[in-house]
Design a protein around this ligand. Structure first.
Ligand code: SF4
Length: 327
């Protein structure tokens, strides 16, 4: 299998850099989940041209540890982009699973659930989203805007070049938006919120175009996964489930490249029990009913927000879980 490169291809760079010399680029940060897939469809079909222009490119940062269903979905999105002449940029900062387990060298901590030697509970800091998603996308945005590239390092964007970066947060996710001023060369834009489109609206639209089974994008062994994701994986994606169980066992003593012994044990399931034995069938129905409509702890446990590079975790995680999550 051909691995994704660290930066856009030469042909992609040439095309986008030429455009960036005379106008603002419209880029889409594609997570490949429901909302960002909707952005791509709407852009390709011109369904709301004022809010969602024809993108100059969509950018997907691949951790190389996504479920098989996400990679299959990506192929469909790639076809849609291709048919609309929207360059599809797929980049990667490396294989997160391999890096997390290798004995030395560069790695980024995953938000693993820790059970300390004395029984204390904690969580490792989440560096992975930044390293495998935020930074590669930022590098690509600078590169397509014409920043010089030397030995893989991307320099500063020339003055006067600018990009609007569209992010797929739906109207019901408004609280996830980080209040950030425009940057020197880019600005984040949330068109689905502007269009008041909810996640359900997005799913309805995807269904109209044959994408009703759009999967949730997240690493197979992501510790932010809730029971519903683990259950679905176990029951419908046995290969992914086997990979998650194996990863959970292999990460028990933390990231080997950390160089210092972990004072406790690390788990991908928030109960801090081996994934193979964790009670992933537990459904807190009474909590669901009692807290309908809120992002409650119960809902967070069942269906945590996806791994967005652009979400603010302080508002994504309910206060009860925030302390534990280190948010
Ligand atoms: S999906 Fe989870 S493990 Fe993967 S980068 Fe995001 S937070 Fe890290």
């Amino acid at each position: 299998m051909k691995l994704p490169p660290a930066l856009p291809s030469k042909a992609q760079l040439e095309r986008l850099r030429a455009t960036a010399t005379y106008r603002t680029l419209n880029l889409c940060s594609l997570g490949a989940g429901v909302q960002s897939s909707t952005l791509l469809i709407m852009s390709a079909l011109g369904l709301a041209p004022r809010e969602i222009p024809r993108y100059d490119a969509v950018i997907f940062a691949d951790t190389q540890f996504e479920p098989d269903a996400v990679y299959k979905h990506l192929e469909k999105l790639q076809e849609i982009a291709h048919a609309a002449d929207i360059p599809f940029i797929r980049i990667s900062a490396g294989n997160i699973r391999h890096d997390a387990l290798k004995p030395s060298g560069h790695y980024a901590t995953m938000p693993l659930h820790i059970l300390g030697d004395q029984g204390g509970r904690g969580m490792l800091r989440r560096q992975c989203t930044d390293e495998y998603k935020v930074k590669p996308i930022r590098r690509s945005v600078r590169a397509v805007l014409g920043a010089p590239i030397e030995d893989g390092h991307v320099g500063k964007v020339p003055a006067g070049r600018y990009a609007m970066q569209h992010i797929g947060f739906s109207f019901d996710e408004e609280r996830r938006v980080r209040d950030e001023p425009p940057g020197a060369y880019n600005e984040l834009e949330y068109p689905l919120i502007r269009l008041r489109m909810t996640r359900q609206d997005c799913m309805d639209m995807l269904a109209q175009y044959g994408l009703e089974n759009t999967p949730k994008s997240a690493c197979i062994g992501c510790p932010f996964s809730g029971n519903s994701r683990w259950r679905a994986m176990r029951d419908t994606q046995p290969d992914d489930w086997a990979a998650a169980v194996e990863f959970d066992e292999q990460i028990r003593h933390g990231h080997p490249a950390a160089g210092v012994a972990l004072k406790g044990r690390a788990f991908v399931h928030r109960s801090r029990v081996a994934l193979a034995q964790a009670d992933i069938d537990r459904v807190t129905a009474h909590e669901w009913r009692g807290r309908q409509g809120e992002i409650s702890l119960a809902r967070y446990e069942e269906e945590p927000p996806g791994c967005s590079p652009y979400g603010c975790r302080r508002t994504e995680i309910p206060p009860e879980a925030a302390v534990e999550a280190g948010a």
